[in-house]
Unconditional design. Structure first.
Lengths: 323, 217
């Protein structure tokens, strides 16, 4: 197999078996869910709040759009409770673009997730950008046919989310700030932990692997698989604070499989050109000449001013259950 | 004569590494000397013996083909040389002559027109309806596990197009001379027979091409 299926829950209720003319077709399998995430690789997923923005994103080369009620920057300014987007906005986006559509639900809010599955979004983001609905538990994502993406700032969080059924992981970063430093911290943390784990796996040191599995509260099976692969068993994207083509290239060069851009595009004054430039820089991240061409397409005076991540009223990465 | 095959996977967006792996496994299983590389530049396209266009989003790949200076020209050049190509899912859409989305309708996007087919995008529904199922494919013995992810289907095919497989009455695999298109993802099924079929085409094309070049001398 070219995709790892380790960590799959054998009793997943999200698996649906249909018989058509005597032939069986199975939906919601781990391969179909993780496979969907693999199709997003090397691409840019853009946050949008209405159908017009979704159209701009698609025309600029977004691989998918993420629908939310307010961009993370506006969530910070509005305060109050951030919930899933209006059904009619999501429906309008579904009716206007041909690329996949994702939407966010609150952490632990399995009823919002069911609504999103019922509307027909292609992937659900159980996101710390919205106000967490459960401080103890995340959603048990194996109950859904629709795949999920979750944020993680270290290896333990990533593997625990995968074992709950996430088909894709992204860094948490600090969304809406225009500052990539937290996303960089998170991917470096995951990379370093995996590098260490791979060394231990390659040495066949089972005692140490068991110790790590206990420390990060993940099964030994998935800890071993991560060591064997030398990477997460699912696709890992960068998210949180990406604003320029250079930011996208930086995170791709640190080993991310693709990019989420939130406020960075539609809070800038040149969204269409900037969106295109981020797409080009993501694909050609390791080619400085092409990244320069992409960076030339934007004007730094039009970037979002952003927020200092050291003095935030709200640290989104700290929200939700600790386990 | 150099009998080592150089296979390129178009590395603009999508499941590039999965196709590199599947093709590399296929080469090993066939005992065929060769290498599989990712390609993004015109000069890389000009030196390969076969091209795989992977799964992903066809609109994104089309845009990136159009944007990179000289890339579209080089692909059109090797198409004239009848270079073998295989497109899986989005890759098949990029190779097609015409396409429309099942819900959205016509969508302006760059298509190479190498396969004389019309595509219906998202033909089986959205991700919720994505599925896996066994398929009968001509040229491949026994069932093949088809992985359909927001898959397209072929609505109409020209007289030169050979239909390799159907599912629920919809065409899901085609071949026109040296070009193969599939609605599903053979690179994800853990079964490399589709990639082997493609590599056989490449080996044949390379042999014929080398003979031609020699006879011209």
């Amino acid at each position: 197999m070219t995709i790892s299926q380790v960590g799959a829950y054998p009793l997943s209720k999200g698996i649906k078996i249909l018989t058509i003319n005597g032939k069986q077709a199975t939906s919601g399998t781990t391969l179909i869910k993780r496979g969907f995430a693999h199709m997003q690789k090397h691409g840019v997923i853009m946050d949008v709040t209405n159908a017009e923005q979704a159209q701009i994103a698609e025309d600029a080369g977004a691989v998918a759009v993420m629908v939310l009620d307010k961009l993370p920057f506006d969530v910070r300014h509005a305060g109050g409770v951030a919930r899933t987007a209006s059904v009619k906005v999501i429906q309008a986006v579904l009716d206007s673009v041909s690329i996949p559509i994702m939407a966010k639900c609150r952490i632990g809010h399995f009823s919002e997730a069911s609504i999103l599955e019922e509307i027909g979004v292609d992937m659900i983001d159980e996101s710390e950008v919205l106000s967490p609905a459960d401080e103890i538990r995340h959603i048990w994502k194996w109950n859904y046919t629709t795949p999920f993406v979750n944020g993680a700032k270290n290896l333990g969080e990533a593997l625990r989310r995968i074992e709950e059924g996430a088909a894709m992981i992204r860094t948490k970063g600090e969304p809406g700030t225009g500052d990539v430093s937290q996303a960089v911290t998170h991917i470096r943390m995951v990379n370093n932990e995996i590098r260490k784990l791979k060394g231990i796996y390659d040495n066949n040191d089972d005692q140490e692997l068991i110790k790590i599995s206990r420390e990060i509260q993940s099964s030994l099976e998935i800890v071993k698989e991560t060591g064997r692969l030398g990477r997460l068993p699912v696709v890992n994207f960068a998210a949180g604070g990406i604003s320029t083509p250079a930011d996208a290239a930086l995170l791709m060069n640190l080993g991310c499989d693709g990019i989420f851009v939130g406020s960075g595009i539609f809070k800038a004054e040149d969204p269409l050109e900037r969106a295109k430039a981020v797409v080009i820089a993501t694909t050609y991240h390791d080619d400085p000449k092409t990244v320069l061409d992409a960076q030339k397409m934007i004007d730094e005076k039009k970037s979002m001013l952003g927020l200092d991540t050291k003095n935030l009223d709200l640290r989104m990465q700290e929200r939700g259950p600790t386990i | 004569m150099n009998d080592e095959l150089l296979i390129g996977v178009l590395a603009l967006q999508g499941d590039v590494e999965e196709n590199i792996k599947a093709a590399t496994y296929a080469l090993a299983e066939m005992n065929q000397k060769g290498k599989v590389i990712s390609v993004r530049y015109p000069d890389e396209i000009m030196k390969i013996d076969g091209l795989i266009i992977p799964g992903g989003e066809s609109t994104v790949m089309g845009l990136l083909i159009a944007i990179k200076h000289g890339l579209l020209d080089s692909i059109n050049k090797v198409l004239q040389k009848r270079l073998p190509m295989m497109g899986t899912c989005a890759g098949m859409i990029v190779l097609a002559k015409q396409s429309y989305d099942r819900v959205i309708g016509n969508k302006k996007q760059l298509l190479l027109g190498a396969l004389d087919i019309e595509i219906e995008r998202n033909s089986f529904g959205r991700q919720y309806d994505s599925f896996e199922s066994n398929l009968e494919i001509s040229g491949i013995e026994n069932d093949f596990r088809g992985i359909f992810i927001r898959a397209p289907s072929v609505i109409a095919a020209g007289p030169q197009v050979q239909i390799l497989s159907k599912f629920e009455g919809k065409i899901v695999a085609v071949q026109q001379e040296n070009i193969i298109g599939t609605s599903f993802h053979p690179e994800l099924s853990g079964d490399n027979r589709m990639h082997k079929l493609f590599i056989e085409l490449i080996a044949k094309w390379k042999k014929a091409n080398t003979n031609n070049a020699n006879s011209k001398k």
